[in-house]
Ligand binder design. Sequence first.
Ligand SMILES: C[S@@+](CC[C@H](N)C(=O)[O-])C[C@H]1O[C@@H](n2cnc3c(N)ncnc32)[C@H](O)[C@@H]1O
Length: 281
Amino acid sequence: MSDQEILPGLEGVMSYHTEFDLRPGNCVAGMKDLPDESVDIVVTSPPYNLGIKYQDYDDNLSTEDYLTWSLEWAGEVRRTLKPEGSFFLNVGASPANPWMPHELALTLRNLFQLQNTIHWIKSITVEPKEADPVSVGHFKPINSKRFLNDCHEFVFHFTKSGKVLVDRLAIGVPYADKSNIARWSHTEGKDKRCRGNNWYVPYETIASRSKDRPHPATFPVELARKCILFHGGEPKELTMMDPFLGIGHAAEAAGESEIGKFIGFEIDEVYLDEAERRLGA
Ligand SMILES: C[S@@+](CC[C@H](N)C(=O)[O-])C[C@H]1O[C@@H](n2cnc3c(N)ncnc32)[C@H](O)[C@@H]1O
């Protein structure tokens, strides 16, 4: 991990070159202090309105109020995003509210173009021909006669124009069939292809939730890191933002990717303190 180091006395906390600007409070008001078109990448996961038990935030608005509020904060994201910027919005559903991610994406269609729909796969089973099925990832069994286990969430990649150039091969994968390298001229002889829009990113295994991941609804650092790489550009020159910081996994990804500046907002001081602790800030 380049020249990042572990701070003495803060084992497990990295030292990053990124300038972190973490602000307490409501992101809707907070983002109003940021200049127009000043942010390159937004990677965020707002409350999903699925009744999740946060410290303070009430995750039980009416659908109408939730979507109205979403337009408010996403409007500020649009204003602050550069014309060539990327806005990665992570949202999941629940059996009680399966339409929510789709309703939210549709609500934002007047603000952004939906350039890519990425599926964050938390666990999957593959069944190779003539071999036993292989299951990987984090699988939390539910007991239901009606619903499949939900093993994925969405990451909507919004841009202002729908025409933003990205660096697909920065998160590319080797060809399974190497004969494709010569067959397709666009490979330019390299053994790397687009990984597609199914991104398998398992949660890290932890020993204690309260100690290791004290927040009920996080995304893995690796998911945000892939978004950063996919957006492309020279990291040191980029400004990244997460309006719903939680315990700071997007900020950790920014640090690991050596992003120049990171701005985060979090309404709950307990989560913000934990984010600061993790960043050694
Ligand atoms: C889904 S969680 C984000 C978790 C984060 N991605 C992580 O991995 O740690 C949403 C967060 O938004 C915070 N939040 C809710 N309303 C907010 C607001 N208006 N402004 C800033 N933060 C808010 C909640 O306290 C919660 O921590």
